[in-house]
Design a protein around this ligand. Structure first.
Ligand SMILES: Nc1ncnc2c1ncn2[C@@H]1O[C@H](COP(=O)(O)OP(=O)(O)OP(=O)(O)O)[C@@H](O)[C@H]1O
Length: 226
């Protein structure tokens, strides 16, 4: 299931005028593909993720998640779509201190109203896929920064979304942990056949990423492979 933005424009009010955060942006990410977006601060990367996640409705253009065209959907329908088809990895893991690793995933799985048994099986499978087998019953304070980021990624994937949106995943990590997290996101993208759109300041870990795009002043363009 792919993620597609077609001719998307987003403006914010700015004094008497507007600032154009996204300027006729089009991009399609295929299932199992990772597209990384780089660009300076203020270029529109966060806006791109928010629109792709259907958290902000663009002024014009079309966002398609999986096989669903989101254009005419009501807020309640969008919320249901996000729950079933969109995984978001925020920069900070924001784990709940009192919950074990597996329970961090089950909180959202229960919201999807599946059986406890099915939710648990999916949580355990996802944790194993991100390298956390054996750590399912730990609390966050007993995990490293890299492991907390793995839980964050697993939590976004546990509902098997069509689209995975990732915001600056390496920002809080040292070089080696950052590199491993990028590898993990690439691998999980293939394993779960999710369309992944990742934004980052950090060009250091993009060596293995096949598709890199650059955002400048709200315009998105493909960078030629190095
Ligand atoms: N809520 C808002 N109201 C008004 N202007 C905004 C708002 N959010 C973002 N902007 C403006 O839209 C443009 C794009 O911002 P955006 O946050 O998407 O960029 P970014 O590349 O994610 O930056 P950063 O890396 O600093 O987060 C900037 O000019 C910013 O000032």
């Amino acid at each position: 299931m792919s993620l597609e933005l077609n001719d998307v424009t987003l403006t914010y009010p700015d004094g008497d005028g507007v600032v154009t955060a996204l300027d006729r942006v089009s991009v399609r990410v295929a299932p199992g593909e990772l597209a990384a977006v780089i660009g300076p601060s203020g270029s529109g990367k966060s806006s791109l993720l928010a629109v792709a996640a259907t958290l902000i409705r663009p002024d014009s253009g079309r966002v398609t998640v999986g096989d669903v065209d989101t254009l005419g959907l009501r807020p309640r329908e969008l919320a249901a779509l996000r729950l079933s088809k969109v995984g978001i990895v925020f920069q900070q893991p924001n784990l709940i201190p009192s919950l074990t690793v597996v329970d961090q995933l089950l909180v959202t799985e229960h919201m999807r109203a599946r059986s406890v048994r099915e939710a648990r099986a999916s949580a355990m499978e996802t944790l194993a896929a991100v390298g956390l087998a054996g750590k399912e019953h730990r609390h966050p304070h007993r995990l490293s920064g890299g492991e907390r980021q793995r839980v964050n990624i697993a939590r976004a994937l546990v509902g098997r979304p069509s689209a995975l949106l990732v915001d600056e995943p390496t920002a809080a990590l040292d070089h080696d942990r950052g590199a491993r997290i990028m590898e993990l996101i690439e691998e999980a993208t293939r394993t779960f056949e999710v369309a992944t759109l990742l934004v980052t300041h950090d060009t250091e870990h993009l060596g293995t990423v096949a598709r890199v795009l650059e955002m400048r002043d709200g315009r998105l363009r493909a960078l030629d492979p190095a």
